[in-house]
Design a protein around this ligand. Structure first.
Ligand code: URA
Length: 229
């Protein structure tokens, strides 16, 4: 991780304060003064400030049941960031592993471990995401085959990867996808001439939202954390 981030994780300093500290020349990595916050460091490097050894805090892994009219961003826009729900120290130092639209509800994973979130969001990892979808029009039974084969999204070069569609009733389905393109689920149903009127993420990989109430959060269990490693 970056040296300035490591300093934040091992002290109470903000990123700006960590950069100021670095400029004063009191930070050493393996015995050498380093002033560049962008320098990559590892937990096993000896990192000191004013001669005191710095140790990074444990990484945090959290799930949130996202309500509508909130956004998966570290800054508020028209709607507030979901990070306002997470009542932990330095919540805005966390990041969101896989965004949901403002009008989508459901499971959001939040962490400060970039390597872990990479396993969730990297297209190469093909991590499963399960969505409950409510549709404007009755679902056509051939949609199951169409989504297995892949559909053409507007503006994309290739077809979507194979996706699993389970029909619950005429206008309610469960969709499992391994990609995370912009508005992917809404665009997939648009591609087959339907329209999403409600969207809720139930599961990412092995981790399910379960009975967590709307707007509530909890730490992941060690098993849930390890399931993405
Ligand atoms: N696909 C969408 O269209 N929206 C989301 O929020 C998530 C997946």
């Amino acid at each position: 991780m970056r040296l300035d981030k490591f300093i934040c994780k091992s002290t109470e300093l903000t990123r700006t304060e960590a950069k100021k500290l670095l400029k004063t020349g009191v930070v050493q990595v393996n015995g050498e003064v380093v002033k560049d916050g962008a320098k990559q460091v590892h937990e096993n490097n000896e990192i000191t400030a004013d001669g005191h050894c710095l140790t990074a805090r444990e990484s945090r892994y959290i799930m949130l049941h996202k309500p509508v009219d909130t956004i998966c961003s570290n800054v508020d826009e028209i709607y507030p960031s979901v990070l306002h729900f997470i009542e932990v120290d330095k919540a805005f130092d966390l990041h969101i592993a896989g965004r949901l639209d403002a009008d989508t509800t459901g499971l959001v994973l939040i962490t400060d471990d970039g390597r872990w979130s990479h396993n969730i969001i990297s297209p190469k990892k093909e991590c499963n995401k399960v969505y409950r979808v409510w549709l404007r029009d009755n679902i056509a039974t051939q949609a199951v085959e169409q989504f297995t084969q892949g559909v053409q999204l507007q503006g994309e070069k290739s077809l979507t990867k194979p996706a699993k569609l389970e029909i619950i009733d005429n206008t309610q389905v469960l969709l499992t996808i391994t990609e995370g393109k912009y508005h992917q689920v809404k665009r997939m149903f648009a591609a087959i001439g339907n329209k999403v009127v409600g969207l809720h993420r139930e599961q990412i990989g092995q981790v399910a939202l379960g009975e967590l109430p709307l707007g509530q959060w909890r730490y992941l269990t060690p098993e849930e954390v390890a399931s993405f490693s």
